[in-house]
Design a protein around this ligand. Structure first.
Ligand code: PEP
Ligand code: MN
Length: 264
């Protein structure tokens, strides 16, 4: 069902209030790795608004490698996130980690993110298929494109067609950076499926200094959008500060991606 052979027309996903993701436009989603406080949300929202970015990312349920690391503010954090974004007209994308969270999060989310670690959590995918809410599905840490497409098929075949795929880097032997952002995936996925393809350069390379270059490369590779991490003080971020842009870097990135997209 997600194949171009079945549907030639590209799928465009309306997440409300005229915000549409998919071929024909370039979507930018930005925000901190984790939601931390009311003040932080407000500062990021102001930054996004000033740059005409309409979708904010931010985790409230965080999949952390160590159980002792910051694991997110949970549902209360999400409600705070929602309240501030609604007042400002900003859309929310945040990660859902398990089936039981779908219902409690449902009313406070515009796009559910399925993280790399849950890319093949088939029960979660089935349930997201039943929930009529857009989903950004990340590629697994060592996932093949075929596995990513099959994971999307779980959601689609349960009746939810609002799916975007996300390349976020795969694990390799290289340790000069966090992951290997596989930009090959962009044109290959675009040829195989009608679903929008989004790139996450922050997790893809894991180093702030190279996020801009990889984002621009993603634009030229044909991505329908980019999702990246930004924070008012990356060095104080609760998670992923090493790959997070400050607002000055973020502003520059937004401008350059739009210029690049216009040239595409
Ligand atoms: C995130 O977006 O902060 C995240 C945890 O991403 P991933 O699942 O790609 O590691
Ligand atoms: Mn992160």
């Amino acid at each position: 069902l997600i194949s171009r052979k079945w549907r030639v027309e590209p799928t465009r996903i309306d997440i409300g209030d005229g915000v549409v993701i998919g071929e024909g436009s370039f979507s930018i989603m930005a925000g901190p790795c984790s939601i931390e406080s009311e003040q932080q949300i407000q500062l990021v929202v102001d930054h996004l608004k000033a740059n005409d970015v309409k979708i904010m990312r931010g985790g409230v349920f965080k999949p952390r490698s160590s159980p002792y690391a910051f694991r997110g503010l949970g549902l209360e954090g999400l409600q705070m996130f929602y309240r501030i974004c609604r007042e400002s007209g900003i859309k929310i994308i945040t990660e859902v980690m398990q089936v039981s969270q779908i219902e409690e999060m449902m009313n406070y989310v515009d796009v559910f993110q399925v993280g790399a670690r849950n890319s093949q959590n088939f029960n979660l995918l089935d349930s997201l298929g039943e929930a009529q809410k857009p989903v950004l599905l990340k590629r697994g840490i060592s996932g093949t494109l075929e596995e990513l497409l099959q994971a999307a098929e779980y959601i689609f075949s349960n009746g939810n067609e609002k799916i975007m795929l996300c390349e976020r880097g795969i694990r390799s032997y290289e340790n000069a950076y966090r992951n290997v952002l596989d930009l090959n995936a962009v044109p290959v996925l675009k040829a195989k499926t009608h679903l929008p393809v989004i790139v996450d350069p922050s997790h893809g390379i894991g180093l702030r200094d190279y996020v801009e270059e990889m984002s621009l490369a993603a634009v030229m590779a044909g991505a329908d959008g980019v999702i990246y991490e930004t924070h008012q003080k990356p060095e104080e971020a609760f998670s992923d500060g090493q790959q997070t842009l400050n607002f000055q870097e973020s502003e520059r990135l937004v401008k350059r991606m739009r210029q690049a997209y216009a040239l595409r």
